[in-house]
Write a protein that binds this ligand. Structure first.
Ligand code: ZN
Ligand code: ZN
Length: 382
């Protein structure tokens, strides 16, 4: 059996407090411990427990019958044959756990007690930022490397230009919502073992504003926003990589009720390159070099992002050797300089030889004592 709670103590009033005293005390405490008035999550959790306790105390003491029962039996009602009692019963405040879980706005609960005079609801009535939009753009390898301007198509919600976002047909009036009578909220009374208590929900017809449009704007059907397809020019910075995104502030969905626009995020899809693989700002490629040049050394042509360049490889270069050329990689995004170009050489073995070449190579091989085929392969020998 749970210990009986001292509801008078919880509200900080004496046993002979009048209804007015109770209301005053409750109002003060409810404001103080209202979870929305707390700054940190921890404060919020502590306040929520306290807030529920205050509500429980007030719901009992403010009801004459319940107060009389409470004065006699305390908060544990089971022994007095009242079923669930105030604690842990199906409809008791303790059992009525988690205000959020039942989709009951804490503010609405206070509002129902004080006739809606508590504070102002922050839900769905103020300016709201528009949604962010994600888009994708495909870039060639070099476009990502050196930056490019691109035009992309974006479909987004924009403020309706006919009604300037009000949703009302020009010349039509904004009138009081007939469903909620302009209160923006609809009250429902629930009868429970503890008596009736009210829940309040936001009016669906006016979305809590209390106002509706007499004649909706024909272009946006009263929504104040319209879907629009837009071409937007984006400036892709040099050095961007596959999967990275740029953001364009304010290019997302339009906000509502004067709220700011959302942002547009454009994700890059970078196509592969014919020769190069990219790793950060470095690029790499394979280059085939004739055997004689590997052996003797000499100038070879290597591919670069801009075209090609000459590179002098030393004699005795073996297959698989990697050379690095600084400042020939990808420009560093929002920075200075460029990455490194790496190329790895592979020996380029000729597939067809003239008689003269064959003779020379045979002689060359013989100087090492190597035995090689001296005759052309016949078509039968393959
Ligand atoms: Zn409109
Ligand atoms: Zn309404």
């Amino acid at each position: 059996m749970a210990e009986s709670k001292d509801y008078y103590n919880i509200l900080g009033v004496s046993k002979d407090a009048t209804a007015d005293d109770l209301k005053k005390a409750y109002r003060k405490l409810a404001k103080q411990y209202h979870p929305d008035a707390q700054h940190t999550d921890e404060d919020k959790r502590n306040a929520e427990a306290k807030f529920k306790e205050i509500n429980e105390a007030y719901s009992v003491l403010s009801d004459e019958n319940k107060r009389a029962q409470y004065d006699r039996f305390g908060s544990n009602f089971e022994q007095a044959g009242f079923g669930g009692g105030f604690n842990g019963g199906a409809y008791g405040f303790s059992g009525f756990d988690g205000f959020g879980g039942m989709d009951i706005d804490l503010e609405d609960i206070i509002g129902s007690v004080f006739g809606g005079g508590f504070g102002s609801s922050k839900k769905s009535q103020g300016p709201t930022k528009g949604a962010d939009i994600k888009s994708t753009v495909t870039l060639k390898f070099e476009e990502a490397a050196f930056g490019v301007k691109k035009e992309i198509n974006v479909t987004r919600n924009e403020k309706c230009d006919v009604c300037s976002g009000s949703g009302a047909k020009p010349g039509s009036k904004i009138i009081t919502c007939d469903k909620c009578g302009g209160r923006g909220k609809i009250q429902a009374t629930q009868n429970t073992i503890m008596g009736s208590f009210s829940t309040v929900r936001t009016c669906d017809k006016c979305s809590g504003t209390g106002k509706v449009i007499e004649t909706p704007c024909e272009k946006c059907m009263g929504k104040g926003r319209v879907r629009k397809s837009r071409k937007i020019e984006i400036s892709v910075p040099a050095g961007i990589d596959d999967g990275q995104a740029i953001s364009l502030r304010g290019e997302g969905d339009a906000g509502t009720k004067g709220g700011p626009n959302g942002d547009l995020y454009v994700v890059m899809k970078v196509l592969p390159h014919k020769y190069f693989k990219r790793n950060g700002f470095d690029i790499s490629a394979n280059v085939r070099v004739p055997f004689a040049k590997m052996a003797l050394g000499g100038v070879i042509k290597i591919p670069t992002l801009e075209g090609e360049m000459e590179y002098n490889i030393p004699e005795g270069t073996t297959t698989g050797t990697t050379f690095k050329v600084k400042e020939q990689g990808i420009p560093v995004i929002n920075g200075k300089g460029r990455g490194t170009l790496e190329f790895t050489v592979d020996v380029d073995v000729p597939k067809k030889l003239t008689d003269e070449q064959r003779e020379l190579l045979t002689k060359f091989a013989n100087t090492f004592g190597d035995e090689v085929n001296t005759k052309k392969k016949s078509i039968f020998g393959r």
